[in-house]
Ligand binder design. Structure first.
Ligand code: SF4
Length: 507
């Protein structure tokens, strides 16, 4: 009988979570490197170059791939011949491992989990609890599949209870464009088919933990209906032209993984869960011989891609910027920003807008006139860093605040990631403002352009507090110009037409 010791288990969970916070899986890096080589869209290629460069920097610097270090999801297969030498429950041991990993002083990870999600939403401070799935199986080992799943990609999960005669491909192709770019493509689609509603969702999540092998599958040919479906979806989803970060391009998905399970005769449950540019997961087995040790990858495994700002990038001095100047910026144009920006995301926006509605003054230092606000919740700094990884968060969540922010504060524009909705675009046009994007999944690279950082208001909001950043050559792309033209509309439409496999339907 195998004996699994409490300390070995906790130690393994903590170590592996640290490991996946800075090492992308090798299959992901390989697939992204190949997609980068194939990409013809300059904007998408530039985004992929940032993600690949960021990935190598994180591997070398042992710092998180993304500022969102994820919600921990664990699948355990516990052999029925295993005996536990433990005083804690298995769930408590997992959570102790999460706690140790996320509060590690050498590479502190961002605590993103909030308790009482329907009410106070207070941060648990150590990223616990994990979402844990356990299965008892034959055998004498414990198999652990663990992921740190980004909130932006999880947020775009979809589910449908299709009728048996409904077409899965049709539903997926209709649904993926509704996910926008907030899931930080290029990534992977996990699809679960069958079982019950909750089973389909779990299958979709499990599917994401499987290795990327679509090119091997293409080369050898499909041997089952599900493999045929994978190939068809891979080709057709990429033909939508969404591209890296939704900018339009050849690669939206690096693979489509599918798991299925028998279902009731009256229904065909289908779930999609996307995984993002910060795909993070690992698999290991405990056999009683001690904690897990994952092989350390070689830096030579990373493609030789080093992102550099294009020579055409426009240098912007944020200290002298005017509304007339931003009116000349065009969608897709790359900017390098230097000067002061303020940060704020969901909770800070709500508080600011509520204060403005009550006629109150904003806290000292929160002067947004002629400034840009950056939607970010950075990782805390370690050692000599000004700030930890600090990539953009999904902007659509701030759409409902945008009109008030632009109209009542004199704000010039916003920096975030992914598309804006009609309400925000109308506000941007009305106020002659602009919306810029950073690259989701390039957080450590972006943080190197932040020379200093300090909290200036709402400290109680933790990572959501308002910071003042002094930036130098911070890369950003114009996504919505002062006339309300959005690259997230024009880019994918142009690339879908160019790929030419799926007709472009214009509204
Ligand atoms: S890459 Fe995008 S979706 Fe993924 S964790 Fe980072 S910000 Fe979230």
């Amino acid at each position: 009988m195998t004996v699994i010791r409490q300390n070995d288990f906790i130690h393994s969970i903590a170590d592996v979570l640290q490991f996946i916070s800075y090492y992308h899986p090798a299959d992901f890096i390989r697939a992204l490197g190949q997609a980068y080589e194939r990409e013809e869209s300059p904007a998408a290629r530039d985004a992929m170059a940032q993600i690949l460069t960021n990935s190598r920097m994180c591997a070398e610097g042992h710092r998180p791939i993304c500022q969102d270090t994820g919600i921990v999801v664990v699948f355990l297969k516990i052999g029925m011949n295993v005996r536990w030498d433990a005083q804690m429950s298995v769930a408590d041991m997992v959570n102790e491992g999460v706690r140790r990993a996320y509060t590690d002083p050498d590479n502190t990870l961002r605590a993103s989990i909030v308790a009482d999600p329907a009410g106070k939403r207070s941060n648990t401070k150590d990223n616990t609890p994990a979402v844990i799935h356990m299965e008892l199986v034959l055998g004498d080992t414990v198999e652990i599949n663990i992921a740190a799943k980004g909130g932006g990609s999880e947020h775009k999960s979809k589910f449908a209870m299709l009728n048996p005669s409904d077409d899965i491909v049709e539903w997926v192709l209709k649904t993926v464009p509704t996910m926008g770019a907030g899931w930080c493509p290029p990534g992977i689609l996990g699809i679960g088919i069958g079982g019950s509603a909750e089973k389909a969702m779990i299958l979709a999540k499990q599917a994401l933990l499987e290795p990327i092998d679509i090119h091997e599958l293409k080369a050898r040919g499909a041997r089952s209906g599900l493999e045929e479906l994978r190939l068809e979806l891979y080709e057709k989803v990429n033909a939508l032209g969404i591209g890296a970060q939704g900018l339009g391009g050849l690669t939206t998905v690096l693979d489509v993984k599918i798991l299925d399970y028998p279902s009731h005769a009256v229904s065909k449950p289908v779930a999609i869960i996307p995984n993002c540019a910060a795909t993070r997961h690992a698999y290991f087995t405990l056999d009683g011989s001690g904690p897990a040790h994952l092989p350390v990858p070689h830096i030579s495994d990373w493609p030789q891609v080093t992102w550099k700002a294009s020579a055409q990038a426009r240098k912007v001095n944020l200290e002298t910027i005017t509304r007339d100047e931003i009116a000349s910026w065009k969608p897709g144009e790359t900017l390098l920003l230097t000067g002061k920006i303020l940060t704020g995301r969901d909770a800070a926006h709500k508080r600011i807008v509520d204060m403005l509605a009550r006629g109150e003054n904003l806290p000292p230092g929160v002067d947004l006139k002629n400034r840009f606000i950056y939607y970010v919740g950075p990782v805390n700094a370690v050692r000599d860093e000004a700030v930890g990884p600090a990539g953009p968060t999904t902007s659509t969540r701030m759409d409902k605040f945008t009109d008030a922010m632009l109209g009542k504060t004199g704000l010039l524009g916003m920096i975030g990631k992914a598309e804006r909705g009609p309400q925000a675009i109308a506000a941007i046009k009305r106020h002659r403002a602009v919306y810029l994007i950073g690259i989701g999944g390039a957080a450590y690279l972006i943080s190197k352009a932040i020379r200093s950082a300090r909290v200036i208001a709402f400290e109680d909001l933790g990572m959501e507090a308002i910071h003042e950043f002094i930036v130098e050559d911070l890369p950003a792309t114009v996504a919505v110009d002062a006339n309300g033209e959005s690259i997230h509309t024009t880019g994918p439409a142009a690339w879908q037409a160019r790929i030419g496999k799926i007709p472009v339907i214009r509204n």
